[in-house]
Design a protein around this ligand. Sequence first.
Ligand SMILES: Nc1nc2c(ncn2[C@@H]2O[C@H](COP(=O)(O)OP(=O)(O)O)[C@@H](O)[C@H]2O)c(=O)[nH]1
Ligand SMILES: [Mg+2]
Length: 660
Amino acid sequence: MSEEEKDFRMTENFWKTAPFLFPVRFSEMRSVTVGTAGHIDHGKTALVKALTGIDADRLQEEKRRGITIDLGFAHMDLVTGKGEVLRIGFVDVPGHEKFVRNMLAGVGGIDLVLLVIAADEAIKPQTREHLDILQLLDVRHGITVLTKSDAVDADTLEVVRLEAEDFLRGTFLEPPKAPVVAVSSVTGVGLPELKEAMVSMVAQLQPRNAQALIRLPIDRVFTMKGFGTVVTGTLVGGAIRHEEELEILPGGRRVRVRGIQVHGKKAELALAGQRTALNLAGVATEDLYRGLTLVSAGTLETTRRADVSLQMLASAPHPLKDRASVHFHSHTMEAVAEIHLYETKKISPGERRFARLKFPSSALLLPGDRFIIRQFSPVLTIGGGIVLDAATEPRAQTQPDFLRVLLNGDQEPALAARIARQGHKGNSIARLVAETGRPKKMIESELAALCKTGAIERAGDLFFNKAALDALKLSVVRTISDFHKENPLVAGISKEELRDQLGATSAVFEPVAEMLISEQTIETAGEIVHLPGRGVLLKDEEAESKKTIENAFASAGLKVPAIREVLAGLKIDNARSQKIVTLLLRDRVLIKISDQLVFHHTALEDLRRLMVRCKAKSSIIDVSQFKELTGVSRKYAIPLLEYLDRERVTKRVGDVRTIL
Ligand SMILES: Nc1nc2c(ncn2[C@@H]2O[C@H](COP(=O)(O)OP(=O)(O)O)[C@@H](O)[C@H]2O)c(=O)[nH]1
Ligand SMILES: [Mg+2]
């Protein structure tokens, strides 16, 4: 049986038989996750054990070597002055510089940190590195614990306290806002004060959002006999129910929650902020590993690039060049990232810049996620930052101004910018949920507020930037208007062709067309769209007359009738028939070669071919030969030859013509 398994079984059996010590209703309980941080051997694991009675060094190698290699977990309940139970889950991290990557996987989801500084050693390299990491990850609450107080005299303890206060200045752990508590895990001195400080700190914490989308970054995977696959992690958002279907990203595998344990106790529900163990159906242990994330099924997407605000530590040894590769850590995930800087070729220690990160394989990242970057060799934390956008458009189309709006952090302008970025393609609620990782309800209410201001407009299921929608409407109207100009005798453009010419998807086209119809800017007749008062169909008589005229010329070949005679035979009045002739000439169905003579375009095309065949025998032709060849009289032959001269089919040389 593995160490994890023993641990899991122990709590499982214990809580099956033991009654709850504090029988309070679930809603009255607060659950928070507390992380340790600090240099190796400063007493982090001993402190967790002194507080909880649990040895978080669970691996045999850890016990043998007496050092923490991987994350350890423990839990306890604290009771507030008002009798409220606080469930505290601990994530004990390794302090050794070789295991910072494991430390990073642990601190991702914590609410509160205990920064441990041993009174007999004071500030050491990983005290600094861990504090840097905590600040870059935007951990906002914590307590500094001076451990091993029994190992030094009172004066030394005071000196270390002053040193610590100096070291913490300007950080979230600066006293007196954040307390510094001296303890001994050996004698127990200071532990009650530490617990008290934890209770009052937890009271200041904003509860994590249980309404948010589910996100459980996996930090441990193991198999339990009789249970199967078990994963653990700190639930950073949402609530997981028994029997719920979840999705594992990257990959998209669907799994079912067969059992839940929270802070080591069997539960029906896991809430944001809680240390959570899930027994999963539908997946084998071999297919899971630290760094994968369980999410609400069908809501989020993975990415291979992310736009971020990148902060270099002042202590970083070198500037970072554009296109540099670094180790990237976020939540429990670790990857290699290539850094593409915006607006600059290098980022110096202490500087903050926008950058695009590129990953060799898919990753789940969402706006607001904090990350750490470490250089390759020697491996060292050099910076970190905040993810602004993981649904990135090509870099050339990404404006730093867009990133500035996202960095600002206000949700409504950020949503408006995400909608504006899609231009005439619009943006949907489902896509905005996937882009931001924020719950649908919140996005819906923010969109409603934005619609009221007029900054965005809804069409069907899509939301558009007002200016982009206006431009799209205008181009719909222009396209129809152009169609009318080119096709005056056609009722209107088909919806399909219009959509095609606009290059719009039907999700965009249909609602926008509906809008224009209800605004009476355009009109429809079946599948045909036209502008009001335009593209009126020819009446039956006119359509018939048009056909008669065309046929009369088409069948006549070169021996065309006089227009007057053709028109005289029609049922319609002269004005209307003249209009039809004008349109036939404009559309080049009929071609006028002189004041009197009009031909069907096919007759003239035949004539050109005839001239080509004639040239094969002789390239010189005179008027009488032309008359003979075409069978037309002189009255037609002269204008036709002049037409051919103009068209550069023939060239007049004296009395004869050369066929060109
Ligand atoms: N005297 C004394 N020794 C301590 C105290 N806390 C831890 N230690 C010892 O310091 C060593 C390192 O402790 P550990 O908790 O493993 O440190 P970690 O690497 O920070 O987790 C162990 O030998 C502990 O017994 C303390 O409060 N007083
Ligand atoms: Mg340890």
